[in-house]
Design a protein around this ligand. Structure first.
Ligand SMILES: [Zn+2]
Length: 216
């Protein structure tokens, strides 16, 4: 039972990493048989993983065609997404600072700490891990802020998975870590204004780091 669960998880992680590192490019067909060969597992965990990835917006299932990687986000959609984030997340960060408990701060610090700077594992695996952890970090802040509708709205956009597929670059992670630390410092000081500013700056910089992806 435990083995089956960990196998399913491993298969999911392997396909997730391929999608995030663009080894399966946006829009590309995903053939179950190919994955069976590549990963040397049966169809069951692969279909399970693809179903989960479909729920996360990374995979699209089309009737009679099968699975493909979700298309790359368009520039217009990207700009709308960042506008939405800038409208919501700084305000929510301010609210989170005012409501911050020691326990919540410890959880956020732990979430940020998981996104470690030092490598060890290969860069692309680290990158896909970072994308996931960044999603958790931002979602936890919205959880502390306490507006479930805002939290659900942003969760449904699968923001992080889409934006991290735009560009594979160490700078994307290194700079974001410093910005997360500034957000955590504002939370530690229970300083709502500083938290708003730090979150705004983080999202604006994230947007500016990724924009060049549309100019290639
Ligand atoms: Zn972030």
């Amino acid at each position: 039972m435990h083995r089956a669960a960990s196998l399913a998880e491993e298969v999911y992680d392997a396909i997730f990493a391929r999608l995030m590192a663009l080894k399966i490019p946006p829009g590309a067909r995903i053939t179950v048989d190919n994955l069976v060969r590549e990963l040397a597992v049966s169809q069951t965990p692969i279909r399970e993983a693809l179903g989960r990835l479909e729920g996360e917006g990374l995979v699209v299932k089309t009737h009679l065609v099968g699975y493909s990687a979700a298309p790359q986000i368009t520039r217009r959609r990207f700009e709308e997404l960042y506008e939405l984030r800038l409208l919501l997340e700084p305000e929510m960060a301010g609210r989170a600072a005012a409501r911050m408990t020691d326990a919540a701060l410890a959880e956020l610090t732990a979430a940020a700490g998981v996104m470690s700077r030092s490598g060890g594992i290969d860069e692309r695996a680290r990158y896909s891990q970072f994308a996931r952890q960044d999603a958790v970090f931002h979602d936890q802040i919205l959880g502390v802020a306490g507006n479930e509708m805002v939290r659900e709205t942003l969760a449904h956009q699968h923001t992080h998975f889409h934006i991290f597929r735009l560009m594979f670059h160490a700078r994307v992670t290194e700079e974001a870590l410093d910005e997360h630390e500034a957000i955590l410092a504002a939370f530690a000081a229970r300083d709502a204004d500083a938290a708003r500013r730090a979150m705004r700056l983080h999202i604006e910089r994230s947007r500016d780091r990724l924009l060049p992806a549309f100019e290639q």
